[in-house]
Design a protein around this ligand. Structure first.
Ligand SMILES: Nc1ncnc2c1ncn2[C@@H]1O[C@H](COP(=O)(O)OP(=O)(O)OP(=O)(O)O)[C@@H](O)[C@H]1O
Ligand SMILES: [Mg+2]
Length: 254
């Protein structure tokens, strides 16, 4: 199962991605978590000690330009398992984290933009059969999901919050994802406080034909864990948010 988590800024993509990873891993899956955000913070949600040194930086050197007749394309030079051995970080519950969102610009090699590198790395990860489960935490755009990545993603989840602009943005993102060829797009509603909010989400998503996979409640424990810089799973594994993600994971086909 390879899934991508997308949505507007601040909706809860990283919190949800990291929690899905930990729940999958606790269920016995081998999980690769990919942080595609240029401001990476998935490691905290995964439970990696914030005082540990960060992952060795990936560099744009890892990409090469390949000429093909009159045209050219970029490709990742190293086999994906080697990338994982060199740059991957072990996280609790046996999740492996790979941060790809902020490659260092190398002085040599391919002078491609960092977006290209991120896109190629995500493509390389998703097209490798190495890991059973992969979760990609994207930045708040679908830039990384271009370049045929769509064919390797089983499902994309749009995280949304119960207010109109967020619903509208999720609808737009879902449309873009479909245009990129990702056929399986569903919503994850997050920070839901009342039945009225839940109803409004259902009503909007019905209208735009976007199935709602799960309603994740607003949870004070998430904010409290965030304030301390620890994983919600380690802060309170019985919290409402974790329970909702556990029920979601038990329903998705891994
Ligand atoms: N279910 C929830 N209940 C309460 N607070 C939540 C919940 N989910 C996320 N949050 C809070 O919302 C904020 C944003 O969460 P998060 O960083 O996961 O969002 P994001 O979509 O990844 O943001 P960005 O676009 O900046 O990457 C954080 O302060 C987080 O603690
Ligand atoms: Mg994030």
């Amino acid at each position: 199962m390879k899934i991508a988590i997308a949505g507007k800024g601040g909706v809860g993509k990283t919190t949800i991605s990291g929690t899905i990873c930990r729940v999958l891993a606790q269920n016995g899956e081998k999980v690769l978590a990919i942080d595609g955000d240029p401001n990476p913070n998935l490691s905290v949600v995964l439970g990696i000690d914030k005082d540990l040194p960060p992952q060795k930086s990936l560099s744009t050197d890892i990409i090469e330009r390949v000429e093909e007749g009159d045209s050219w394309r970029f490709q990742v030079k190293m086999p994906f398992d080697e990338i994982l051995d060199t740059y991957g970080q072990n996280a609790p519950d046996d999740v492996t984290l790979l941060i790809v969102g902020k490659p260092e610009q190398a002085g040599t090699g391919c002078m491609c933009g960092s977006h290209t590198v991120v896109r190629e790395l995500i493509h390389s990860a998703l097209s490798s059969e190495e890991n059973a489960a992969m979760v990609v935490d994207t930045e708040a755009s679908l830039e990384h999901m271009k370049r045929g990545t769509s064919q390797h993603v089983d499902k994309m989840y749009m995280v949304l919050e119960p207010y109109y602009r967020s619903l509208e943005a999720a609808g737009r993102f879902a449309e873009m994802a479909k245009q990129l060829g990702i056929n399986e797009v569903e919503a994850i509603a997050n920070k839901v406080r009342t039945e009225e909010e839940a109803n409004a989400i259902h009503e909007y998503c019905n209208k735009i034909d976007l199935p709602v996979a799960v309603m994740v409640p607003y949870d004070e424990n998430v904010a409290a864990a965030d304030l301390k810089g620890v994983s919600i799973m380690d802060y309170n594994s019985d919290s409402k948010m974790i329970k909702a993600i556990e029920s979601f994971v038990s329903k998705i086909n891994t």
